[in-house]
Design a protein around this ligand. Structure first.
Ligand SMILES: C[S@@+](CC[C@H](N)C(=O)[O-])C[C@H]1O[C@@H](n2cnc3c(N)ncnc32)[C@H](O)[C@@H]1O
Ligand code: SF4
Length: 337
């Protein structure tokens, strides 16, 4: 079904921003809360979470995603905070997976609660899953996240048993923190048939800025790995901003996400919806558009689509993490990375 809209945007013409980039991907943060405290993301003792009355309800989220789908968005990634702390997430996932036009529903999680929910999430229609994992050493994992490693590993195995494919491990490369574990993580992913992605730390929020002391250019990581593994150019369907290499003689693909050393803003295809209904147009800028007031004022579906098209006009050309590292004050847990 292609529905015409008042603005001329529809599933065929799609959502195009002022720089000619087609937006077809929404990252949906269903909560800003988290049961971990990764030092680069959320400060210890932080209590300033969004009040429940300001959370978009499931019916509101469904309306917004349906409006995006009518405008050509076909991919949604559920994220947080930790998305699995939001009660009823599988039901929401099933509602989103059933929306016409949404062909790809995925999840980013810390996996602490995944063992309990993996089966229901898979049944709900989530096919792909990304798990953050910065260390395989329990003590170090605790230092980084404040939590325990064992439930994360149990969650990963449950995801594998439930049939998620691919399962991607996201590892932040942190100088002097986990830079002696890259090879071990490659071995772990080889053993379990996971895809591995290294990520550069970004100065988002005060936590992200202090983590910049541990910033590591992924070029260094790649060079390090080349000493132990033969890496060939690789491809990953729907791979987004990661550049992939494949370990020769194996199926293992290793992605490198380099927002700082080689930014990929020219091909940015996404926007982010926060739990309070604010649409963020860029991870590294403050440009935003509040949708909740419109939803609660009873805006029509056509009006909602118009609002989204209007918001797209605000999408900035690029982040400025390098030139102005102090400008994003919100924590990463608000927009879900
Ligand atoms: C904010 S989390 C939300 C989903 C889930 N809680 C998780 O950890 O996967 C999404 C991603 O953002 C990444 N992240 C958080 N703070 C970051 C920072 N300062 N720089 C780079 N990535 C960051 C995390 O490592 C994680 O892979
Ligand atoms: S990175 Fe994910 S798991 Fe870690 S504190 Fe942020 S939201 Fe929680």
């Amino acid at each position: 079904m292609t529905r015409e809209t008042d603005t001329g945007g529809d599933r065929e013409t799609g959502l195009v921003d002022p720089f000619g980039r087609r937006v077809e991907y929404v990252r949906l943060s269903v909560t800003d809360k988290c049961n971990l405290r990764c030092f680069y993301c959320l400060p210890e003792g932080f209590r300033g979470f969004e009040e429940p009355e300001n959370w978009l309800r499931f019916d509101e989220i469904e309306r917004v995603i349906a409006a995006f789908a009518d405008l050509g968005v076909n991919r949604v990634r559920i994220t947080g905070g930790e998305p699995l702390v939001r009660r009823g997430l599988s039901q929401l996932a099933a509602r989103l997976a059933a929306l016409p036009g949404i062909g790809d529903l995925s999840l980013s999680t810390n996996a602490t609660l995944l063992q309990r929910h993996a089966g229901a999430l898979r049944e709900a229609g989530i096919s792909r899953i990304n798990v953050s994992l910065d260390s395989l050493r329990p003590e170090r994992f605790k230092q980084i996240t404040g939590g325990s490693l064992a439930p994360v590993l149990d969650g990963l195995m449950a995801a594998k048993a439930a049939g998620f494919a691919p399962i991607k491990i996201n590892m932040l490369a942190l100088r002097d923190i986990n830079d002696d574990e890259f090879e071990a993580m490659v071995a772990f992913c080889l053993e379990h048939d996971f895809t591995l992605r290294f990520i550069e730390t970004m100065p988002v929020g005060s936590t992200g800025r202090s983590a910049s002391d541990h910033y590591l250019d992924l070029q260094t990581v790649r060079q390090r790995l080349e000493r132990s593994f033969e890496l060939l150019p690789g491809v990953m369907p729907g791979g987004g901003p990661a550049r992939y290499l494949q370990v020769r003689g194996t199926d293992l693909r290793i992605g490198f996400i380099t927002p700082i050393s080689q930014h990929f803003c020219a091909t940015c295809n996404r926007v982010r919806l926060a739990v309070d209904g604010t649409l963020y147009l860029c991870l590294g800028q403050d440009h935003r558009y509040p949708l909740r007031p419109l939803l609660r004022r009873g805006i029509s579906d056509a009006g909602l689509r118009d609002a989204i098209v209007e918001a797209l006009a605000l999408k900035p050309e690029r982040h400025e993490f390098r030139d102005k590292p102090g400008q994003v004050v919100r924590f990463m847990s608000m927009t879900g990375g």
